[in-house]
Design a protein around this ligand. Structure first.
Ligand SMILES: [Zn+2]
Ligand SMILES: [Zn+2]
Length: 712
């Protein structure tokens, strides 16, 4: 027998690979970054374990140990757990645990973070003619900032270069730490939440902080972070969306007196490496990042916070399909530290964990400061020509005239979701998906929002030649156009993926909106995500009806979350807010419930319904998804797979067509594997997945397992 390293190689294959120690060297410890020959390639890989195997001529040697023991045992354990739990290829561990720069063959040095600050000339300068330069000067007047942070806030590299050339700003170090600013006084519920959290600082404990929108959850995170940093601990804060980082790190900086380190995919590889190293050696005291940051090394871990824990962006949709929130909970458990999940609209999963006694509930029922919850009304769309009905227009006018801002949420981008011929009934459909094409009028194109296919909008009906085609329904583009006509005197800003294709545009817009002048914001869910816009006094969700009748069992939960989040944008400042919800089914029980109750009792009803139906989170669910150009192959594969799963405690249903049964020319089906408890599912899946690979159709279809799926 001979000692080998079991190596996780970044390849989509279901196993570790055995390697001998480097020639003339010793076996690198678990967690080492190594260079290995793999087929004809050389790859950077991770040592995941050690084993003894029979000697064989086929064994190859590790070419070089690059960093011995780079990844701590705790993270290796987390990585192995995640691979097993989510049924992922072991090689995915390399992608999760190493930042991109460390996955390369070429050695890489992180750039030292570049700090920019105002010079005396910069302080005196007036850049009235160059508003973008003036904006940067304004930010730097408060404190020196990292170059990457300025880019995050929407400054362009060109603007920074211009300011450097003028001698108005200089690059250097961060300068002396600034005294932390005292935050607002906490109210009794905030104080109780903070105290409970700090009492648990030496143990693994999971908390759900459910605080109504505008209740000052962030203030609780920040004060907890301050207390733990003072005791020499690190705090990791996960957020769902890159767009939320500037807002948060500005607050970290003002409350704690030092900057947060930021980790997300828009940062350059060298910036990410710098952050990763600062986390690993403990220099980074507060880390802020999106889901991949849950795998950052921590030298002195003290607390993990998951903000907006209900947000679906925490779930990765390809490769290792992990859920950042759930990995955070497991990680805190392995580290023996507390984890705090925060949301105004917690997921049913987390509420179920509270009921089961796994999480402790901390509640904040009142808004912070003097802000009151917005008043609600349900607008009946029956008999109205469209979302911009007279009642809403009148309310908007009133709020704008009073100096308020208006936020309209519509979960549809483009001009119109359907283009049809009134003469023969033809509709513009995607040739490769079961879906209508959306008309984007500004570019005169039809676009499929599922596969991305686009074509020119036809000038007349391709079937009968009718020249006057009908655009049905209204997306954000059409609403923006109509609003600009109705409200010529105020700016109308559209916020969706088309109008805000560059993230800095969104950051800049938010800056502008926070200055508080009356304006109208109309947009998709980008708008509903946790942004603090104190000037908004009227918020509305336009036409929710599609979500009321969805086949997705999670649709009511998502609807409730979107509605409460949008409502929560209104009246966060010192003026009272109003919220309007539009529907053609104002008597629908879900809307009635939402209107009458606050979110937690609404969610309790949904949880009861899920339980009655045996759906997650009252049961564990995994999907085996498969797709191919021939529906027949997909069904045959899944039928064979279903036969292989013989387990008393696992119920197998399907093949069931996905909600969008054909996408991009692929037929999509799935098997549902359900069990009352997670245990049997986790125990049975690895061997089953292994067996699937030898099924006759396994190579003809694309397939993967999705544990705890969010989409069906
Ligand atoms: Zn026609
Ligand atoms: Zn399509």
């Amino acid at each position: 027998m001979i000692a080998v390293a079991q190596v996780a190689v970044p390849a989509p294959l279901p196993q570790w690979f055995d390697y001998l120690p480097p020639v003339g060297g010793t076996l690198p410890p678990v967690g080492s970054r190594v260079l290995v020959p793999f087929g004809k390639r050389r790859l950077v890989a991770l040592v995941a374990g050690h084993a003894e195997v029979a000697e064989s001529a086929a064994l190859r040697s590790i070419e070089q140990t690059l960093d011995a023991g780079l990844i701590r045992p705790e993270l290796m354990q987390l990585g192995r757990w995640a691979m097993r739990y989510y049924g992922s290829a072991p090689g995915e561990m390399v992608n999760l645990l190493l930042p991109p720069a460390l996955r390369r063959l070429k050695s890489f040095r992180p750039a030292a973070p570049q700090w920019l600050s105002l010079t005396a000339a910069g302080r005196a300068a007036e850049a009235r003619r160059a508003p973008r330069q003036a904006e940067v000067l304004g930010w730097l007047a408060e404190a020196p900032l990292e170059r990457a942070e300025l880019l995050d806030r929407g400054a362009s590299a060109g603007v920074l270069r211009a300011l450097l050339n003028k001698g108005w700003i200089v690059a250097g170090d961060a300068g002396a730490p600034r005294p932390p600013q005292p935050g607002p006084a906490l109210n009794a519920e905030q104080r109780a939440a903070l105290a409970a959290l700090l009492r648990a600082r030496h143990q693994s404990a999971s908390f759900l902080l459910a605080g109504v929108t505008g209740s000052g959850k962030t203030e609780v995170y920040l004060q907890a972070a301050r207390a733990l940093v003072r005791r020499g601990r690190q705090v990791l804060i996960l957020i769902p969306e890159i767009g939320l980082t500037p807002q948060l790190i500005r607050r970290v900086e003002s409350r704690l007196g030092f900057p947060a380190h930021v980790y997300h995919s828009d940062r350059s590889e060298s910036e990410r490496l710098a952050c990763w190293q600062a986390a690993a050696d403990g220099r980074a005291r507060v880390l802020v990042g999106t889901r991949s940051a849950v795998f950052l090394p921590l030298a002195r871990p003290g607390l993990i916070v998951v903000d907006e824990e209900h947000d679906a962006s925490f779930k990765q949709q390809d490769g290792a399909r992990y859920h950042g929130r759930d990995v955070a909970v497991m990680r805190a458990h392995l580290l023996g530290i507390p984890v705090l999940l925060g949301s105004a609209t917690p997921s049913l999963e987390s509420l179920n964990n509270v009921e089961q006694g796994r999480y402790r509930l901390l509640q904040i029922r009142r808004r912070a400061g003097t802000a009151e919850p917005p008043t609600w009304s349900l607008a009946d769309l029956r008999g109205q020509r469209g979302a911009l009905e007279s009642g809403l227009l009148a309310s908007m006018r009133r709020h704008l005239d009073a100096g308020g801002q208006v936020l309209l949420y519509r979960n549809r981008r483009g001009y119109a979701p359907v283009l049809m011929c009134p003469a023969c009934g033809w509709q513009a459909d995607c040739l490769r998906c079961d879906a209508h094409l959306t008309l984007h009028q500004s570019v005169q194109r039809l676009q499929c929002h599922h596969c991305g296919a686009t074509r020119k909008a036809p000038p007349r009906c391709p079937d009968c030649g009718e020249p006057d085609l009908l655009a049905l329904g209204a997306g954000t583009e059409r609403l923006e156009q109509d609003l600009k006509q109705q409200f010529a005197d105020v700016p109308v800003h559209r916020v969706d993926r088309d109008s805000m294709s560059r993230r800095d545009e969104f950051a800049r817009l938010l800056e502008e909106v926070r200055r508080g002048d009356p304006c109208i914001l109309v947009g998709t869910q980008m708008l509903a995500k946790g942004h603090h816009l104190p000037g908004v006094t009227l918020a509305a969700v336009l036409d929710v009806d599609q979500a009321l009748f969805s086949a997705d069992f999670r649709a009511p939960e998502r609807l409730g979350q979107a509605v409460c989040q949008v409502a929560g944008r209104a009246g966060r400042g010192d003026r009272p807010g109003q919220f309007v919800l539009q529907s053609r089914h104002p008597d629908h029980p879900l809307l009635e419930q939402l209107r009458r109750a606050e979110y937690l009792s609404f969610a309790a009803c949904l949880l009861e319904e899920r339980r009655a139906a045996g759906l997650p989170p009252s049961s564990a669910l995994a999907l085996l998804r498969a797709e191919a150009h021939q529906a027949e192959s997909v069904r045959a594969f899944l039928e064979a797979a279903a036969k292989l799963m013989q387990h008393d405690e696992i119920e197998v249903s399907g093949p069931i067509p996905a909600i969008l049964a054909r996408r991009g020319g692929y037929w999509r089906y799935q098997l549902w594997l359900q069990s009352g408890f997670r245990g049997p599912l986790l125990a049975a899946l690895p061997a089953w997945l292994d067996n699937l690979r030898s099924l006759p159709h396994a190579r003809r279809v694309r397939w993967h397992l999705d544990m705890d799926p969010l989409e069906i």
